[in-house]
Design a binder for this molecule. Structure first.
Ligand code: ADP
Length: 164
């Protein structure tokens, strides 16, 4: 049984994340999506809101792709959280050279701390490579249309957050 751990902030979930979920399905039997909690940082969406978003996207994908999924939160080292959930594959998406430089360093240090957890990089698909949660939040906060960057239910949640 191959268990993958895909950590992130998911603030909010974007089409880039969904692309990684879809492609992870080909690699793992069980996908654990970890919502990172950083003390001192206040995200736009709560853990409950993020969990609802993630479920909305993961449920149909898991049914179609024949994999199991679980959504968890973690507030410690990613490799420790991955091990705790029995994962040996740590999934990260790569968008650009900046991601690559940072992620290579992280995977090196993570590999030294927990050699049994293997980082697997998935290059962003061309259609979603430019999408980041940070920019989606900024655009939505200024009343911009984010429909092409996020799933419809997420666009609705963003509109609600910033309306009024
Ligand atoms: P973090 O705060 O760790 O960057 P994110 O939620 O932004 O959390 O991202 C989680 C993971 O998803 C990271 O591996 C990131 O590289 C990947 N990711 C984010 N956006 C995209 C995208 N558009 N295409 C591919 N991977 C992405």
């Amino acid at each position: 049984m191959r268990i993958g751990f895909y950590p992130g902030s998911f603030d909010p979930v974007t089409n880039g994340h969904v692309d990684i979920f879809e492609r992870s399905a080909a690699l793992v039997d069980r996908l654990i999506v970890g919502i990172g909690i950083h003390p001192g940082k206040t995200p736009l969406f709560s853990v409950d809101e993020k969990t609802a978003m993630l479920k909305n996207d993961l449920h149909p994908l898991a049914k179609r792709g024949g994999f199991d999924y679980e959504i968890v939160t973690f507030d410690r080292l990613v490799v420790d959280a991955a091990s705790e959930h029995g994962a040996t594959i740590l999934i990260r998406g790569l968008r650009d050279p900046a991601d690559f430089t940072y992620e290579m360093q992280m995977s090196g240090m993570n590999g030294e701390m927990k050699p049994e957890v293997h980082t697997v990089f998935l290059p962003a698909s061309p259609g979603v490579q430019h999408i980041s949660s940070t920019l989606v939040r900024q655009i939505a906060s200024m009343g911009g249309n984010v429909q092409t960057f996020v799933p419809k239910h997420v666009a609705d949640m963003l509109r609600e957050k910033f309306s009024g």
